[in-house]
Design a protein around this ligand. Structure first.
Ligand code: IPM
Ligand code: MG
Length: 364
């Protein structure tokens, strides 16, 4: 019995999580697994009810679960709230609260979707990358931060705003181990992305990466500046196996990398702490308030996040394969949500896409 907390969130969150839940339930009749789901509020919906986006109850339920499946948070209507009350703060809060410092964002291209990508087929075919993004440090959480008025030379008030890009060597070291282990289990190539030509924090990042690399002689470590990495990712994605990078660079590069796969709606992620602690699974995309309630969003990123949950939290590689292959088959049959639809495809809704994946899982 696996206890899974469902944090559906805002916008399209509830719709896409529901499809992932359907898929997990379909697994129950195929494998010897059973799930117990418990819902909790996060983001704007939590703010509406409790006047705060991350209620203590939600953290408690997450802690009591074996894994957390999250949809997305955010809506434009909360844009004017003070930062600590905004839905995004809840996402950062739960990542920090569960100490989820390692965020794995796999980028693969399904052969069936090669023509959906804006990039040329010969450039992207065979892409198989894992971005290991540090998730609880960097300019996202660094202090001091804030906004204040300073006087200029003529005594006039000028507003300044600042954040602090900061990493301790301990934070870098623990994410480095995750990245090296990930690379070691794959094609054994690790590219560390930084901005060491300009930033002190990146200089330390690079130093620690090199230091940790001594413990992983089977992994080849290279370094790349983030601006170059942004270019190389779309110029020649096949050169990458595992990419290790900080919080903000990883945020930006993973959205960029999703364009290789064809849509932001396809990329799952796993956010983890130390072995044995509760992990959180979520699509890399946001809450897409403009698509909310229309049954048009692509649930695949969330369904694949559930697959990652089976693999990483429950060590059930078979369940992972079953879900992954079901998604592949459904794409092969031509089913497409709006974001990946082209003439000649079978356009389906969010729920129909989920149904199709379940049907595949039900076969044999
Ligand atoms: C992501 C998102 C979040 C982030 C936002 C919603 C806070 O963009 O998970 O990539 O910046 O980490
Ligand atoms: Mg992002």
């Amino acid at each position: 019995m696996y206890k899974v907390a469902l944090l559906k969130g805002d916008g399209i969150g509830p719709e896409i999580v529901s499809e992932a839940v359907k898929v997990l339930k379909a697994l129950e009749s195929r494998l010897d697994v059973k799930f117990e789901f418990r819902e909790a509020l996060i983001g704007g919906c939590a703010y509406e009810k409790y006047s705060k986006p991350l209620p203590d109850e939600t953290i408690k339920i997450a802690h009591q679960s074996d894994a957390v499946l999250l949809g997305a948070v955010g809506d434009w209507k909360y844009d004017d709230l003070p930062r600590e009350l905004r839905p995004e703060s809840a996402l950062l809060g739960i990542r920090k609260g569960l100490n989820l410092f390692a965020n794995l964002r796999p980028v693969v291209i399904f052969d069936e979707l090669i023509s959906s990508s804006a990039l040329k087929p010969q450039i992207i075919k065979g892409t198989d990358i894992v971005i290991v993004r540090e998730l609880t440090g960097d300019v996202y959480f660094g202090t001091p931060k804030g906004m204040e008025v300073r006087l200029d030379s003529e005594g006039r008030g000028v507003r300044y705003a600042y954040n602090n890009m900061i990493y301790s060597e301990k934070e870098i070291e623990r994410i480095a181990h995750v990245a090296f282990k990930t690379a070691s289990s794959r094609r054994k190539k690790l590219c560390s992305v930084d901005k060491a030509n300009v930033l002190d924090v990146s200089q330390l990042w690079r130093e620690i990466m090199i230091y940790v690399s001594k413990q992983y002689p089977d992994v080849e470590l290279t370094h790349m500046y983030v601006d170059n990495a942004a270019m190389q990712l779309i110029a020649n994605p096949l050169q990458f196996d595992v990419i290790a990078t900080g919080n903000i660079f990883g945020d930006i590069l993973s959205d960029e990398a999703s364009m290789i796969s064809g849509s932001l709606g396809l990329l799952p992620s796993a956010s983890m702490s130390y072995e044995g602690s509760v992990a959180l699974y979520e699509p890399i995309h946001g809450s897409a308030p403009d698509l909310k309630g229309q049954n048009v969003a692509n649930p695949i990123a969330t369904i694949l996040s559930a697959a990652m949950m089976m693999k990483y939290s429950f060590k059930n590689d078979k369940a992972y394969e079953i879900i992954f292959n079901a998604v592949k088959s459904v794409l092969k049959e031509g089913y497409r949500t709006k974001d990946i639809f082209k003439d000649g495809d079978k356009l389906v809704s969010t729920s129909r896409m989920g149904d199709a994946v379940c049907k595949e899982i039900g076969k044999n």
